[in-house]
Design a protein around this ligand. Structure first.
Ligand code: HEC
Ligand code: HEC
Length: 267
């Protein structure tokens, strides 16, 4: 019993509090029970699916129901859950993206451009020979700069910017943005046993090996071994939310459906 109490205390200390969103926000009707930390990722997923920014559904007071689209979004969230529950055994088979694909008005009429005779020829299935994963990782680790302290300027997609510092892995800045963006300044965690080399692609004009780990992808420069891009997908209540970090010399860019941040590192 004492051990359990100690464990609970330990958990209580270790885990930052993450109360259900209806306790921390003002007007939650369909997302009750969702941990507060999940609200913004969910809003990012919805915005990305419809190709809109927050102001499509919100006024400055986020709790306001003034905009009609917000009410429609509520019924859509309920509908999507219902379809998945009833037709796909509770799996997330249908998401906002399935219908919307980056537009507020899903297409209902098929396009002649999509007819079978207009399909692009299937790419050759034969993949170029890829080196073993271990060799790619070795090359990457050799090229990787040891993570250390840094400072510079961070700029949001709306143009607002501020200085930032990275000290002992902790990012500090006055600028407000989704906290997940700070992962862009951390070393990428590699799980050597689960990484697979899946192909070669071009990133910003550089040929890159693509390493895959579940839905995450690392793009490694075949010439220099440098990490060019990290594509990540995080499971949330509505589906997989993608974000992407591009590494280009002293410029690190983080993109997600709701925000893009450019970190410029000072020399
Ligand atoms: C397509 C419509 C839509 C878009 C776009 C959208 N939201 Fe929402 N948002 C909602 C809905 C619907 C709710 C209420 C959910 C509920 O009732 O459970 C909500 C609730 C919220 C709340 C809680 C407000 C409160 O106090 O009750 C916040 C904060 C929020 N959204 C932020 C954002 C941000 C930031 C963005 C842009 C990244 C965004 N939303 C984009 C539909 C949207
Ligand atoms: C099964 C297909 C389907 C799915 C899945 C779907 N929608 Fe929709 N959505 C539609 C259709 C169709 C319309 C257009 C309705 C109309 O024009 O009257 C629409 C319209 C909307 C609108 C109103 C657009 C506007 O003009 O502002 C919002 C907001 C919306 N959807 C949000 C969502 C969200 C959020 C999700 C995921 C939780 C979602 N939808 C999932 C089919 C879908």
């Amino acid at each position: 019993m004492k051990a359990l109490a100690a464990l609970l205390l330990f958990l209580a200390v270790e885990q930052p509090p993450d109360p259900p969103v209806e306790q921390t926000k003002k007007n939650i009707k369909v997302l009750k029970g969702l941990p507060t930390s999940q609200l913004l990722p969910m809003m990012a997923f919805i915005s990305n699916s419809l190709g809109v920014n927050c102001d499509h559904c919100h006024t400055k007071a986020y709790e306001s129901d003034e905009k009609e689209a917000k009410g429609v979004a509520r019924t859509m969230i309920v509908m999507v859950r219902d379809i998945n529950e009833r037709h796909f055994g509770g799996e997330i088979a249908i998401t906002c993206t399935t219908c919307h694909r980056g537009s507020i008005r899903p297409r209902t009429t098929p396009r002649i451009a999509d007819a079978f005779f207009n399909q692009p020829p299937a790419p050759p299935r034969q993949q170029p020979a890829l080196p073993p994963v271990a060799a790619i990782i070795e090359k990457y680790l050799k090229a990787a700069k040891p993570p250390g302290d840094a400072h510079g300027t961070v700029t949001r997609v709306d143009g607002a910017s501020a200085p930032f510092t990275l000290h002992n892995g902790e990012v500090k800045t006055e600028l407000e943005y989704p906290p997940e963006a700070n992962d862009a300044l951390q070393p990428v965690a590699l799980n050597r046993d689960r990484l697979a080399a899946v192909g070669i692609e071009t990133v910003r004009g550089h040929e890159a090996w693509v390493l895959e780990q579940r839905h995450d992808r690392l793009y490694i420069d075949t010439q220099s071994g440098a990490l060019l891009r990290w594509h990540r997908e995080t499971q949330i209540d509505l589906g997989e939310l993608p974000d992407e970090t591009d590494y280009d010399g002293n410029t690190i860019t983080w993109s997600r459906g709701d925000e893009r941040l450019v970190f410029k590192l000072a020399e």
